[in-house]
Design a protein around this ligand. Sequence first.
Ligand code: AKB
Length: 314
Amino acid sequence: MNDTKILIIGACGQIGSELTLKLREIYGTENVIASDIRKGEQDVFKTGPFELVDAMNYEQVEALIDKYKVEEVYLMAALLSATAEKNPAFAWDLNMNSLFHVLNLAKEGKIKKIFWPSSIAVFGPTTPKQNTPQYTVMEPSTVYGISKQAGERWCEYYFNKYGVDVRSIRYPGLISWKTPPGGGTTDYAVDIYYKAVAENKYTCFLSENTELPMMYMDDAIRATIGIMQADKEQIKIRSSYNLSAISFTPKQIAAAIAKEKPGFEISYAPDFRQEIADSWPSSINDSEARKDWNWQHHYDLERMTQEMLENLSE
Ligand code: AKB
């Protein structure tokens, strides 16, 4: 067993809760410390070490690193796109200060490796929409996207100037039946499955032809652990890697659900999240991740739909 001590900050969120359980399987329960600002409803605080921490408080984060002799940090605490638009100043503070804290702790030699999530939100309305390349125009128009783009620049800076081993991927919308998302623009692609099971109908907050990049959570967790386990030399991009699996519109996901659940109905009532979605790419070119650290996705829309409906129906 590899005895690396790992800290997950934001362990009760959509990604953090599944990531914690997977890391505990791989590294051993006692080696993976889950932390969050509150306990949340997930199992992470029952199944192993759990600590309350405010990611914006440097002393608290440092104390945890010292207490457990942490070597690797996964910083998953963040305000997502839709919530960030409602509270821009707090979103900026949380998303940036938490990142600076772990980057500075690594600079001081207290942490060996950091995972920090970026997002397709780093792209904006002037970015090419289809098959968006790794290197392209990036003018994000959301608070969340601005914080992620600035964060990427800082990650690369800390790697180049101080040798901080920080690794990052630009997540697309993530879909899981285990933990609901909170405050994102891509959340409809999770809500739709819950409503399909409960009511066989759904009113979508995006319009029918809004195509966005998406990914099943199992793939996202494999990518996250994959980039962290890759040899240092394999990681050629120190801002953040494009990462892609599937792209679909609300109309297409509804059709995939209707195949499994005949009679499923979708209607559309776009709200403020439509403008955010319209500023993002439809599909992503992730050839650099595939080449550098052998990333591959496993789930397409059909397989994901079957798993989501099966598990949510139980
Ligand atoms: C969001 O919708 O805000 C997130 C993301 C794409 O980063 N799911």
